[in-house]
Design a protein. Structure first.
Length: 391
């Protein structure tokens, strides 16, 4: 799908939304696509490319520097994520994590924090930001985190471990959530932790099935000290801050899923037109044609759910079930479409010489992070049943 093909959805996109999407699509094709396979194989974190994308505004798209407007609304943001993820989903997921952190910082930062941390991030001077909530024993149950921060006379002392932290291998600033039991049972506080903080270290970089160059790593806090000036928002209210960005982030994972599936369909169609069996192209067989038709239909359905969620979020400021519907539909669709397009490739699809193999590995986690498909169904069901009970 080219940028012009957004017209198929019969929606009015602004000139800014189209320009942002076109810019990101060109960057993805020109800068990300050529080395994506090599980075996947080496697991190398693309620091230079992340810096380039940050300079384009891609790492803090919805955040505001003092006296400035954000680069993008939610619609432009998800269009940008989809474009980047087509050519390198590893960079796409780093982009999503950074924007999640930036949005939460934007919503809760003091003037000093906005100047010290947010303005450099918006202007591309910090690279990617990192969002650190998940722990070895707290994934879907994010309320089960055990990392603690204890106040002392000089500020706070952090101890604990974070796991599956996207982009951590190259991040300079981490938004870290820790329990602060002295503020009440279950109280969680958000902290802005710089990379060179004494007592804070980067652990192993995860050896994953897919998204291999996204720099996903373990964070270790051993008496890491931070000041009161590094507390983001009200002490004890960090969990609510973390949840405040979940709608946009789930829409972004929907956009990632769509980007991967769009690329898979593009590759599958090209392969079917070129590859011959029994003397004719695969694209002449009814089974291949029906498969492609089904994939295009599923993709458009996911697109529309994602764009609906983005517009509702921009209009109303908060959504829950609509974001979950988009994330559920798009991530499940992505798995099906990539699998079908690998099948079109036949045995070649199982070879790392073909791009579809990487897409197949990258697609699998879309149903897991930012809330599993099971979590999304629970959110949707609660919204529906709650309405039924009250109406």
């Amino acid at each position: 799908m080219s940028a012009d093909d957004l017209e198929r959805f019969a929606l009015d996109f602004t000139a800014d939304q189209i320009q942002i999407r076109d810019t990101m699509l060109r960057f993805a094709k020109d800068r990300l696509a050529p080395g994506a396979a090599a980075r996947d194989k080496s697991h190398a974190f693309p620091n230079d490319l992340i810096s380039e994308l940050a300079a384009l505004g891609g790492m803090a798209m919805k955040a505001r520097a003092e006296g400035e407007e954000p680069l993008a609304d939610t619609t432009a943001y998800v269009l940008a994520v989809e474009a980047i993820s087509r050519m390198d989903a590893s960079v796409g997921v780093v982009m999503v994590a950074s924007n999640l952190a930036a949005a939460i910082i934007d919503a809760h930062a003091t003037d000093d924090q906005r100047q010290r941390y947010l303005a450099p991030a918006i202007h591309g001077e910090l690279g990617a930001l990192s969002f650190a909530l998940t722990e070895p024993g707290a994934g879907s149950d994010a309320g089960g985190i055990t990392t603690q921060a204890v106040r002392d006379r000089d500020g706070w002392v952090l101890n604990g471990t974070k796991q599956w932290i996207t982009g951590a291998a190259g991040a300079q600033l981490f938004l870290v959530f820790a329990r602060t039991p002295e503020l009440g049972d279950g109280a969680v506080t958000a902290f802005l932790v710089e990379k060179d903080t004494p007592g804070f270290s980067l652990g192993r970089v995860e050896d994953k099935l897919g998204l291999c160059s996204s720099g996903t790593a373990v964070l270790q806090f051993d008496d890491a000290r931070v000041s009161d000036a590094q507390v983001l928002g009200a002490p004890g209210k960090g969990y609510a801050a973390a949840l405040s960005g979940i709608g946009a982030s789930r829409l972004a994972i929907a956009a990632q899923s769509i980007g991967i599936a769009e690329r898979a369909l593009e590759l599958g169609m090209a392969y079917a037109a070129d590859r011959k069996a029994f003397g004719v192209p695969l694209s002449t067989f009814q089974n291949t044609r029906f498969t492609i038709a089904d994939c295009r239909t599923e993709l458009d359905q996911a697109w529309l759910l994602m764009l609906r969620g983005a517009r509702l979020l921009d209009r109303d400021g908060a959504i829950r079930s609509e974001a979950s519907m988009a994330k559920l539909a798009a991530s499940e669709m992505c798995g099906r479409v990539v699998d079908k397009m690998l099948q079109v490739h036949g045995g070649n699809g199982y070879s790392r010489d073909y791009e579809i193999e990487r897409l197949y590995r990258d697609a699998r986690v879309m149903r897991i992070f930012e809330g599993t498909s099971e979590i999304q169904r629970e959110v949707i069901a609660r919204a529906l049943l709650g309405r039924a009970e009250t109406g």
